[in-house]
Design a protein around this ligand. Structure first.
Ligand code: ZN
Length: 203
């Protein structure tokens, strides 16, 4: 399976990063070992001093598809989860400056905590899936799918032009504003609506 992550998909986050709003989706990938299984702590890696959280809705692909038309994209996923796209911001800044790839900043082991469950999309209003994350009990991020620059169906259509999507692949759909650093001892908890989706301890 593969993990596709969308960058800059919320205008308010692009603004806080001083990045322009893209005209087509930007994506990068994480390897399968990036997934942090529910209940597993995240160990702060020693290669970075500035790991940031980015809480994101996650779409799980449910069948094989290539060059999927946007109007058929809804047939390729049935569940939505929640995750974190951990980012070594210090390494990412260096990569950006030098024009290097982002893998060391984005694709490291454990960089993709994932919710214990996925919600059937029939239970959600896909136009307005509200989600949030707290850090040690304080709400730090709040978002809704309605604020995505590129909607889920557009993302699936776009990405599947470049690579076949397979059952079990995950698409992290981008983060809203409010990203920030984590510290050892933190507890990060994410929810879709009122439903708690994950709790991650930083060790
Ligand atoms: Zn992200």
């Amino acid at each position: 399976m593969k993990i596709i992550c969308i960058g800059r998909n919320y205008a308010d986050h692009a603004k806080e990063m001083n990045s322009p709003v893209p005209s087509v989706p930007i994506f990068f990938m994480k390897p399968d070992v990036a997934i942090l299984r529910p209940g597993t702590p995240f160990y702060y890696p020693n290669f970075s001093k500035d790991i940031h959280y980015e809480c994101e809705l996650v779409v799980k692909i449910n069948r094989v598809g290539k060059n999927i038309a946007e109007k058929f994209a809804h047939k390729y996923y049935s569940e939505i989860g929640l995750g974190i796209d951990f980012t070594a911001r210090d390494l990412q800044l260096k990569c950006k400056e030098k024009g290097y790839p982002w893998e060391i900043a984005k694709a490291f082991e454990g960089s993709a905590p994932l919710s214990k469950e996925f919600i059937d999309k029939s239970e959600l209003n896909l136009e307005d899936v509200q989600f949030s994350m707290t850090q040690n009990g304080t709400k730090v991020q709040n978002g809704s799918s309605k604020d995505m620059i590129f909607k889920i169906d557009q993302l699936i259509a776009y990405v599947s032009q470049f690579m076949t999507l397979k059952k079990g692949d995950l698409i992290f759909t981008g983060t809203p504003a409010g990203v920030g650093p984590i510290a050892i001892g933190d507890e990060l908890a994410g929810s879709i609506g009122d439903r708690e989706m994950f709790k991650v301890r930083v060790k």
